[in-house]
Design a protein around this ligand. Structure first.
Ligand SMILES: Nc1ncnc2c1ncn2[C@@H]1O[C@H](COP(=O)(O)OP(=O)(O)OP(=O)(O)O)[C@@H](O)[C@H]1O
Ligand SMILES: [Mg+2]
Length: 216
């Protein structure tokens, strides 16, 4: 079972958006997918309620209301997480995942908040021992804006966590989410640019670079 977590203490950075799109991507590939929502806001669980009958199924657990017991035979577990997690709560979340994606928005406030948060994540023992791997994604980007270039420069400079992709700002995320779908389930002519941008995320998740170094 692969376990993937989307994490950023900053609210609105795209955690639920990335989580539901990862879940629907792997479900569309035919895998058994579990979406665990640790956020009491339940954005991911609410999204799943809208999912049309007949679409590849996604299992779910409300992780905000107690211990999570994963059933057997799950291929991918995707963890959506709440905003404002730091300290012990953050360390407890990190322990659950093999691979963590941190989405960051192109805004001065988000970039400043990300600096301390990324430092805290990277100083976690499990992460420094590479038992949990971390990657950074720029989200809601508009090319040709100054702030986007600043975000790109900033993420490239983070040592110890690769900057793997840039997701553009597009209504495709909203149009699909309101219908319980992921963008991968929209007509292909609408999503060719988005598919290109998700390619490096999926490749990272398939590669050894996103998986724990297991010591004997
Ligand atoms: N790439 C994108 N393009 C357009 N809209 C986006 C994109 N990513 C996220 N959004 C929108 O931004 C808003 C916030 O995203 P989302 O809910 O995924 O963030 P979050 O980190 O889960 O927030 P919270 O911390 O409140 O849980 C949502 O309305 C979502 O549809
Ligand atoms: Mg959310």
């Amino acid at each position: 079972m692969r376990s993937i977590m989307v994490l950023n203490a900053k609210g609105g950075s795209g955690k639920s958006t990335l989580s539901i799109n990862l879940a629907s991507y792997y479900a569309s590939c035919g895998y058994r997918v579990m979406l665990v929502d640790f956020d009491p806001q339940h954005s991911s669980l609410d999204w799943l309620k809208q999912r049309p009958v007949g679409k590849p199924p996604i299992l779910s657990i409300d992780g905000s209301s107690g211990a999570v017991r994963l059933p057997r035979n799950i291929d991918y577990v995707i963890y959506d997480t709440p905003a404002a997690v730091r300290g012990k709560e953050l360390a407890a979340l990190i322990r659950k995942a093999e691979s963590i994606i941190i989405p960051v928005l192109p805004s001065p406030i988000d970039m400043r908040a990300a600096t301390g948060f990324i430092q805290e994540v990277l100083s976690n023992n499990k992460i420094s021992r590479k038992e949990t791997r971390v990657a950074l994604v720029a989200n809601r980007c508009k090319e040709n804006t100054n702030i986007y270039h600043l975000l790109e420069d900033y993420l490239k400079k983070v040592r110890k966590a690769p900057f793997i992709s840039v997701l553009r700002e597009t209504q495709n995320y909203n149009h699909s989410a309101e219908r319980g779908l992921g963008i991968f389930e929209l007509p292909s002519y609408m999503i060719s640019r988005d598919l290109e941008q998700w390619g490096p995320i999926i490749s990272w998740l398939e590669s050894r670079r996103s998986q724990p170094i297991r010591r004997k």
